[in-house]
Design a protein around this ligand. Sequence first.
Ligand code: NAD
Length: 418
Amino acid sequence: MAGLTKENPFDIARRQLDAAAGIIGLDAEVLELLRWPMREMHVTIPVKMDDGAVRAFHGFRVQYNDARGPNKGGIRFHPDETIDTVRALAAWMTWKTAVMDIPLGGAKGGVICNPKTMSPGELERLSRSYIRQVGRLLDLEKDVPAPDVYTTPQIMAWMADEYSFMQGHNDFGVITGKPLALGGSLGRGDATARGGIICIREAAKMLGINLRGKPAAINGFGNAGAFAHKLAVELLGMKVVAVSDSKGSIYNPDGFDHQALMEYKKQHGSVADFPGSTPLTDAGLLELDVTVLIPAALEDEISCRNARNIQAKIVAELANGPTTPEADKILHERGVYLIPDLLCNAGGVTVSYFEMVQNASGWYWEEEVVHRQLEKKMAAAIKAVHQAAVQYSVDNRTAAMIVAIRRVAEAMKLRGWV
Ligand code: NAD
């Protein structure tokens, strides 16, 4: 929730990189390349608003590193978007695709706007106009966007349509997270949350914790957070006792019914004041005595200001960059088991990759096949991160970074970049 002073996320991303590089003694030339985006585009986007006025929006597309394959990463629509947020997210996508060992690089896009105050028509014109600007950077072999904060399958559909017009033929594979009718993948909707839930299940096994009936709190009841609620109950048997969104946080020690909460949020636009709940402060949710805490909103939610008060045994980062490096240290010292974003929320990009494979082959998988392939990929990544954590005696984030940068560095060397 709002109220905390945010650190520059790109500084954080670089500090994480430097720390992992130092531990494995990465070549200075390789490190220098990995500290910068390979390419970025800043665009001004004219949009005719419903009142007839033309407004200039500003946006970005950052292609961080494509040594391992085409750039891949979502597009955010958010009023607080900055180039450094997008750079950090693009860097994290590069490490994430490498941790998951899928043949992709990392990118991110963003537009500074407040979608909540825009009509569907204004959003459609903004989405199409953004693609007209950055479309020249995109291609199945160059860069493939996807949804992220406040962007939806409908927005992806408008973008895929605009791009197809620009190419002169249908080219839906250039964007993932599309509706099923336009070549989306079954299992994409809950993929991010499902990957995170698989991680929580495996972490609990390692820690000897029985999750059944135990409390969980979710900060950010959006796409990732709401599916995490559903799957934490369905697959892990947990009770979700607290959730929040940008308008408020709520608590019920008996746990929330997922379906009822979804319907309430649909009607009221927020989880705030859900019947039978008690309001919480932002800090209150993060510091609750729960077994699992799932940050699923924005960056920098857990920092040196609150890390000492986190009571959860497992922190599962569905959001990108919710924990600062200082907070990482504190949580690690206090024995909190943190599942880093690079691993925890990588289910989304993994099923996006499956969508690219299905689009390219024209052969569409059953949902059960998507779930099975996701399980396999998550299991292999969890194992690789765990092995690196043991080998180097480091926390899980550093371990995930080590796995990732080794793979990206290997590709850069093989290609003769360094
Ligand atoms: P979303 O827009 O669907 O949901 C974001 C939610 O966070 C909303 O409910 C919003 O009200 C809430 N929120 C916004 N500001 C908040 C605040 N200050 N405090 C509490 N809640 C706040 O977005 P999403 O797709 O669910 O993404 C959430 C996070 O997960 C982001 O960090 C995103 O990068 C990450 N992520 C998402 C996916 C995915 O597939 N959706 C994949 C990987 C990572």
